[in-house]
Design a binder for this molecule. Sequence first.
Ligand code: ASP
Length: 287
Amino acid sequence: MSWAIILHGGATTITDDEAEAYRAGCLAALVAGCAVLERDGLALEAVEAAIRLMEDDPTFNCGTGSAINAEGGVEMCSAIMDGHSFDVGGVSIIQGVRHPISVAHAMLRDEAILIAGPAARDYARDRRQELCKPDELKTEKKEKAARKAHDTVGCLALDTAGHLAAGTSTGGLDGKPAGRVGDSPHPGCGFYADDQVRAVAYSGDGEHIARMMLAARTWQLLPLMDPERAVTAALSHVARIAGEAGGIVLSPDGTTGWDHNSPHFAVAQASSASPTRVVNLAKRETQ
Ligand code: ASP
């Protein structure tokens, strides 16, 4: 059986100074995900492994290096979905954990699909997840962020058993109100996975993505068109309400697609059919 993986480092602006860090961070995450899939590991484990690396890399808006909210704090959201069972694990406005994706993964088989705030951190502690002081996740670069950035990360994987998984992790939008939850932990908004259709993950203006149910819209379009066209068609709805986003898709046969209307979009992918690790720092054509 074949495997495949695609991930993104956010629908955002990538300056020349940042390009190498985005490229290296995406590549490292891709290599971690590939290592799981190459040894017949689960798609869910590959997604978690890849996203954990990006959560440790301050280049990305997740884990260490997350966006700073209006009160100077870091509140993160993350989710993971199993395309075989439709189980979802999600955390929102969680503080003081190193790896929100691992907390979300720990939640996967629980009845609740989303847990928020201090209860989410208590849950992480009870599941022996790595805790830290909330301010330890702040980096100087993010504290000085002057531009609107949406660099939520996302990853999709197909394992050799034929199962799909989708994951997201984010610090949300710079300067967001405390307690605000975006699209990233909500199935049908920031992500979705269905073994019989495809897996999808988005980054961008969370309220716009949620208003337009972007992942659900893409999922609905997927049987009708190839992956790339489905993302492009879904993005046109975000553009209708002046939103920016970027999305990735992975099919049960390992084919991928992605598109964005943000200035840049960092995407990396590999598969058993094409094991060369490809990292693309895409630039919007209309720029
Ligand atoms: N979509 C995320 C949110 O609205 C932001 C991002 O993509 O960085 O929380």
